[in-house]
Design a protein around this ligand. Structure first.
Ligand SMILES: Nc1ncnc2c1ncn2[C@@H]1O[C@H](COP(=O)(O)OP(=O)(O)OP(=O)(O)O)[C@@H](O)[C@H]1O
Length: 833
């Protein structure tokens, strides 16, 4: 039983923090430390005694010499050893354990010393393995292998507490270890705080496992296995001082918590054995790993570092109290001699022995070699078997993919065919439609067709002619489609579409398509190659081509849909126009009738008027009378007016007959005539009145003349009425003619637009046809490639069959061989147990 060795080290004051250098707060005398001057704090000026107290001027070399060296030597002898630094942040723990270039720390010195010591021990051989880990935020990480994170602690009866999965490097010299330490240092968690620019944020444990055995090769000699832990703890910190936040704060919390548990363990261990109840080693990973070093089978030394600055006085006092308690802990260190397989050396030795035994005796050697040969062969067969299995699996997978690929291609080809058929159908429809529209009189030839197929009058006629003409057209394209050449003159569109859609049901039928140049006649049937179980890998080119085709098909589909929509719109527009045209035609007919009617009524009027004039001329005997002169003047005007009207009507009628557009009538002349007629009529009336008055006043006796005049007046009023009526009718005619001319112009414009639309549709259709031809040729290529693929697949299947047969044969021979070997071995065993 021995007490833990505890030392205190005061680091030199930091120049930027402690301007009052030279007047240190702590007084170090031999192995005692006390406060140098009385302060205005509640802290007492108690003095503490330890195994060693190192003042500010101490070096790592002296610390190592006085504190650690013995433990290192003991570790080489077979004792477990632990050295760790404890203290507040920035107090010099890392400086003590790791050191600097000029003054290496305890770890580096220990490593060198271990090997120096080993070299000094000549009667033993050593095997050393090292590991380096950190406990960061209560998780164990391997510093020598960054991929080993969050390692778990396990306990083993022989190995004790160990970290599972931790990398252990077998080393042969100190330099090798130092390099490993350097590589591990890179992986350590450091961080900057207000207290320390390079603050350790994790506890690090550098571990050396030293195994040794006597060189005299005595098999009964036990193997010594000792574990040396060199620990650099993270420093306790006050959050207010470190100014930690975020990640640093979390780290600080974990650090403080684990140090508190370490303090608890130390406290419990420092209590007298009677008071000791449960030691909470399991409360933290640190105490669990350090368990053997704390009150267990280990030689342990603790170096407690303190910062000399006045503002750290409370933390320093806490550290001293921790050190005081730790000092009371007693360990029970003993050499670890192991007689079991837990020691690596032991295991190695056993293996060598086994091998040696095996190699003893020539007969056994031959047998051993034979067995080795056989097992090698077995291994080879097994490997071959595995390889074939994998290959078979791969082939099966590829077959499935290929089948899928073929199915997709089938679908695409089917779609292509449908698309081709549909587009042809649409094209033909449009062509038929256009040809019907192009008839010389601009009317549908079959407008009076009594067919019952629904649609516009034009489509009614298109349906039948389409089927017949299409069938004839396609009969010439032997390489294009497997359609029957003639469906008969009565084949309907549904039958046509069904045939188109259903012509390729599966890939086998692809063999019959003219695209693959498989010529067939009704008498000779082409044998389709079944595409069931064989497979080859669908080449990437094929896939790409299929993808291209797919996109082309999509484009064509879109275009087709667009054309379809336009076509439907066109049909609707056409129907509307046809209706309008019919209405207009009726209107035109009625307008055409008007001039004839007018002409007739006018002719009547003219006859009447002539009769009146003749009568009047006969009646009036006195040629010199002003009334007679007036009448003659009126007659001339009226005659002229009538002839003008006659000309006008004949022009109108002639214009209708030729179908040319009618110009305005001679409006000016008409107007002049109308005005002069009006004037003449007015003057005639006034003259008649004057004549009445004259007759009344001067020739009251001439009753016959008066009666005649009365008659004349009456006839004149009738003429006037008729004239007004004719004038009104003419006005109406004029308006109607104007309206009809406007609608005619409108119609002409619409017809022009329709013509333009039709032309653009024609152009698009021809483009689509062009593309379709390209697509069809692409399709042919794809089909050709598909056939090649099918062929390749067959070949592959053949290969697989051959491989399977070879495999089966080999397997059989292997099984027989195996049983033969087995029986041989059994014989051998019975012969030589
Ligand atoms: N004995 C010493 N002599 C010279 N400089 C020292 C000594 N001890 C510590 N230092 C310096 O003080 C600073 C803080 O020391 P160190 O990093 O070792 O503290 P620490 O206790 O490990 O801190 P933390 O717990 O934050 O990691 C460093 O710059 C270090 O070089």
């Amino acid at each position: 039983m021995e007490k833990i060795c505890v030392a205190v080290r005061v680091r030199p004051p930091a120049p930027e923090l402690s301007p009052e250098t030279g007047s240190s707060l702590w007084k170090v005398e031999d192995n005692r430390i006390s406060l140098h001057k009385s302060l205005d704090t509640s802290i007492t000026t108690a003095s503490y005694a330890f195994d060693h107290v190192f003042d500010e001027s101490s070096t790592n070399a002296s610390v190592y010499e006085l504190l650690t060296k013995d433990i290192i030597h003991a570790a080489v002898e077979g004792f477990n050893g632990t050295a760790f630094a404890y203290g507040q942040t920035s107090s010099g723990k890392t400086f003590t354990m790791t050191g600097s270039e000029t003054d290496p720390g305890i770890i580096r010195r220990s490593v060198r010393d271990v090997f120096e010591r080993i070299h000094m021990i000549s009667d033993r051989e050593f095997l050393i393995r090292v590991s380096y880990m950190e406990i960061y935020n209560e998780e164990i990480n391997d510093l020598l292998a960054v991929e080993n994170q969050r390692l778990q602690i396990h306990e083993h009866l022989e190995r004790g507490v160990f970290v599972a999965g931790l990398k252990e490097e077998i080393v042969s010299d100190a330099e090798q270890i130092l390099k490993l330490i350097d590589s591990g240092e890179v992986n350590r968690h450091f961080g900057e705080t207000n207290m320390n620019v390079h603050s350790s944020r994790s506890h690090t444990i550098f571990r050396m496992v030293i195994e040794s055995r006597g060189k005299d090769n005595n098999s009964s000699d036990a193997i010594r296995v000792s574990v040396l832990n060199l620990v650099d703890l993270a420093g306790s910190e006050r959050i207010a001082k470190t100014g930690a936040g975020g990640v640093r704060l979390t780290e600080g919390k974990y650090i403080n918590k684990s140090l508190m548990i370490l303090g608890n363990v130390i406290n419990k261990l420092s209590d007298s054995a009677k008071l000791r109840a449960h030691i909470p080693y399991r409360d933290s990973k640190l105490t669990r790993i350090l368990q053997p070093a704390l009150g267990g089978n280990a030689k342990t030394c603790i170096i407690c570092t303190i910062a000399p600055e006045e503002h750290h006085i409370e933390e320093s006092k806490g550290t001293l109290q921790f050190a005081s308690r730790a000092k009371r802990i007693t360990n029970c260190a003993q050499v670890n001699e192991i007689l079991t397989d837990a020691a690596l050396l032991k295991r190695q030795k056993l293996e060598i022995e086994e091998l040696r035994m095996k190699l003893q005796g020539s007969h056994a050697e031959v047998l051993e070699q034979e067995i080795l040969k056989l097992s090698n062969q077995m291994l080879k067969y097994e490997l071959e078997c595995e390889r074939l299995k994998t290959q078979l699996e791969e082939e099966r997978r590829k077959q499935k993919e290929q089948e899928q690929c073929i199915k997709e291609q089938q679908m695409k080809i089917e779609n292509l065919n449908n698309l081709v058929t549909n587009l042809d159908f649409k094209k033909k429809q449009s062509e038929d439609f256009i040809s019907l529209r192009k008839t010389p009189d601009g009317q549908c030839n079959n407008i009076n067709d009594s067919s019952d197929v629904p649609g516009t009058p034009c489509f009614k006629s298109a349906s039948r002619s389409f089927v017949v003409s299409r069938s004839n057209n396609y009969s010439g394209l032997s390489d294009f489609s497997p359609m029957v050449n003639s469906l008969g003159d009565v084949a309907d569109e549904d039958t046509w579409m069904k045939l188109n859609k259903g012509f390729v049901a599966d890939l086998d039928k692809l063999q019959f398509t003219p695209a693959i140049k498989c010529q067939f006649t009704p008498a000779v049937k082409c044998q389709a190659t079944p595409l069931t179980t064989t497979t080859t890998e669908c080449s990437r080119e094929n896939y790409k081509e299929v993808e291209d085709l797919k996109s082309q098909i999509e484009l064509l589909n879109n275009e087709k849909e667009g054309l379809q929509v336009k076509f439907n719109e066109q049909v609707l527009l056409n129907n509307k126009l046809m209706e309008e045209m019919t209405e207009l035609k009726q209107e035109t007919l009625s307008i055409k009738e008007i001039p004839n009617k007018l002409s007739k009524s006018f002719a009547n009027c003219k006859d009447v008027y002539k009769d009146v004039i003749v009568t009047m001329q006969n009646l009036i005997a006195d040629k010199e009378s002003p009334t007679v002169n007036l009448l003659f003047g009126t007659t001339e005007i009226t005659t002229s007016l009538l002839s003008t009207l006659e000309t006008q009507f004949s022009m109108i009628i002639d214009g209708q007959k030729t179908g040319s557009s009618i110009d305005h009538p001679l409006s000016d002349q008409w107007e002049t005539l109308r005005v002069s007629l009006k004037n003449t009529t007015t003057s005639l009336l006034s003259d008649a009145q004057a004549k009445d008055e004259f007759l009344n006043s001067h020739n009251k006796g001439q009753e016959t003349t008066a009666l005649e005049e009365e008659k004349l007046k009456y006839e004149l009023s009738i003429i006037k009425e008729r004239y007004n009526k004719v004038e009104k009718e003419l006005c109406l005619d004029k308006q109607l003619l104007e309206a009809s001319r406007e609608s005619h112009e409108k119609l002409l414009k619409e017809v022009q637009l329709l013509k333009e639309d039709r032309d653009s549709l024609d152009r698009k259709l021809s483009q689509s046809t062009q593309r379709l031809r390209v697509t069809a040729s692409d399709k042919e290529n794809v089909l050709r490639d598909l056939n090649v693929e099918v062929k390749r697949r067959k070949e592959m299947e053949e290969e697989i069959k051959q491989i399977s047969t070879a495999f089966a044969t080999r397997h059989k021979s292997f099984v027989s061989f195996h049983s033969e070997i087995k029986s041989k071995m059994q014989k051998l065993t019975t012969r030589n147990p």
